[in-house]
Design a protein around this ligand. Structure first.
Ligand code: AMP
Length: 226
């Protein structure tokens, strides 16, 4: 059996800890963390043509068009660290249309596992209200777990702030969008036998432990069948 890099998707509503857990998963499996939200925020920050195209949509808490997202993903997968080396997708696919286009780009069998972080909405609203994010590198902190010195990022020294789209209004809109557009992906990947549900109500270490154990079990089951 030849080992090949794992290709993962992590689904979870805003505030489920998805970004933090994807960083852990990426480091555990030695694969790049591909976050569409981080890539789009970097584009907005640098005022690139892409950033200008998506700025208002993001501030309103709405979804960027599938065409733009697929362009961003296709370009990212061509970079040397991702090409052929696996990945963990964070925030993509977000709609059934994006999942269809991902299947067309990579073949459905290319994805090894789709982890779904499960957590009640009331818990995530409280988490998002306290969430703070580094405006330079995207590292996530909270009022309960701030940087060591003031609101300056421990990793890169950037300013740690509340994201423009973490306002209550934008959060409410994003949670409704998640239910309407992303939840159907859960049914799709369950039917495809790729879904790995994970209880995301716990400490970062607890959830990371459950997530890696569940993905490992799914990878082992896939190898047995292959
Ligand atoms: P996130 O950091 O994943 O919460 O993404 C922040 C914002 O980026 C979202 O509210 C959307 O406006 C946009 N975005 C990120 N990923 C996608 C995607 N796959 N499809 C559409 N819009 C996205």
């Amino acid at each position: 059996m030849t080992a090949r890099a794992v290709r993962l998707i992590v689904l979870g509503k805003q505030g489920s800890g998805k970004g933090t857990q994807c960083v852990r998963v990426a480091s555990h499996y030695g694969i790049p963390h591909v976050s569409t939200g981080d890539m789009l925020r970097a584009a907005v920050k640098s005022a690139s043509p892409l950033g200008e195209r998506v700025k208002r949509t993001m501030e309103a808490g709405e979804l960027v068009s599938d065409d733009i997202i697929l362009e961003v993903i296709a370009a990212r997968l061509k970079e040397p660290d991702a090409a052929g080396n696996g990945f963990v997708f964070d925030g993509f696919p977000r709609t059934v249309g994006q999942a269809d286009r991902l299947d067309a780009m990579l073949l459905p069998e290319a994805i090894d596992a789709v982890a779904s972080l499960e957590i009640p909405t009331g818990v995530v609203v409280a988490r998002i209200a306290g969430r703070r994010t580094c405006s330079s590198c995207g590292r996530v902190y909270s009022l309960a777990d701030p940087p060591r010195a003031g609101w300056t990022c421990d990793t890169c020294g950037g300013d740690v702030v509340q994201r423009d789209d973490d306002t209550e209004e934008a959060v409410t809109r994003r949670l409704a969008l998640y239910d309407a557009q992303t939840a159907p992906l859960i049914a799709r990947y369950r039917q495809a036998g790729k879904l790995v549900p994970v209880d995301a109500d716990g400490t970062i270490d607890e959830v990371a432990g459950r997530l890696v154990a569940a993905i490992d079990a799914r990878l082992a089951a896939g190898r047995v069948r292959a």
